[in-house]
Design a protein around this ligand. Sequence first.
Ligand SMILES: Cc1ncc(COP(=O)(O)O)c(C=O)c1O
Length: 470
Amino acid sequence: MIELGGGDKPLGIRVYEALSRAILSGEFGEGGRLPSSRGLAELLGVSRNTVNTAYARLEAEGFISIRPASGAFAVPGARLAEPPRRKPEKNASVGFPEKRNDIVDFKSGLPDGRFFPVSRWSRAMAAALRDAPPSAFGYGAPEGRPELRAAIAAYAMRYRATRCPPDGVLVAAGTTQAIGIIGRALFGQGRERRRIAVVEDPLTCDIKSILSGQGAKIVPVRVDAHGLDPGRIAPGIEPALIYVTPSHQFPTGVSMSVKRRIELLDYARKSGAYVVEDDYDSEFMFRGQPPPSLQGLDPERVIYVGTFSKTLSPALRTAYVIFPPGLLKAAREAKWLSDLHNPVIDQLALARFISEGWYARHIAAMKGIYRRRRIFFSSCLEVEARRAGLRLRLLGDPCGLHLAARFPGRSFTRERLARLEADGVKVYPVSAHALRPRAWADALILGYGSLDEEELGRGARILMESLRRG
Ligand SMILES: Cc1ncc(COP(=O)(O)O)c(C=O)c1O
């Protein structure tokens, strides 16, 4: 049976597709004859010319051979066997589960997309396109556009006390890519012996996976109320790098004390390791100013990573790395191997957005919003915990888009997490990010940045009520 499908396509293509489908499914048999063009035109209600054009294309593509005075024949072998039918797997879910709108999702690290500066960003994009030189529409340099690197160097120097010339900056597709680039640059040539990555415990599991994926041997060091303690790093291990989040430890929220910072730099100098400073959200420090970067204390030993994922949007996939001069060449090569470079017009727009002052203004405005949310959410948690008769301990400094909390006496097992979700809150256990999960069984990471006050209040109430029940 020849059936015309593909309703909105041109008629000639529909006739061609119907015939090729019929040939592939063996409709005419091995080497069998196709209807005459006149007969088929009548059958399908199309002109003979349309059928002839389809036949000519089928012949050119090797589906049929046309023999003068005999007709058109399917080419032997132009038949595709049906794939074996597989039984649908039991319980196999198709795609992502439906997102429930009534659930309060405390996913951490998300800025509130409702406040993305759409109008200013559109203007920066339009201006970037309008003023871009022709070279901007070709391939770019792996390290990024000079306009953006200069804007970032000036911004980081002013707000994070980094010390670096613009040519020390490399633009990357998020911290996620930046860590991979750092790994590749450090574990590569000349440093084969060094494969150890000392990391904070707990730490975001994505970073651990990226480093392990680069072949690193992960050595965890416990974080306490003052951050990572370099005195706990096993003697004689010669790490290639020590990954830290000193401004606002993820996920516990503590900031590294000055004493520990000095000890860490001292350790790095003596052992020859690089410190990787992931400064992912310190722009939103709500009490005073964030501590100045470690990089500013030792630009030779510290690799600094900043991101636009929290201050603007993770969808931009833009972060930056400040490298010590000796590593720039290897970093540039690693970025090139990864994806050549970040999209150029986006870089030009971001450079404008920063250098015209809109970035700093946006951060200042969002800091006010997130600060109010943090205060509101902390007090909701405390009030609801008291009402439910639960013990609660909020950890870390007031900073960023998430907080960590301990619930002494409770343990966030898979069953409990499922029960909480059924009750209407999705929460994330610290233990999923810990190399010693048992030590964090009673702790949660609660993101508040993307939730408004109604959602925060409702979420805190449901969470405590559900925990009270068992
Ligand atoms: C510790 C840490 N660093 C950095 C990031 C940002 O990653 P990216 O810049 O790839 O969006 C996150 C994201 O949540 C994070 O948890």
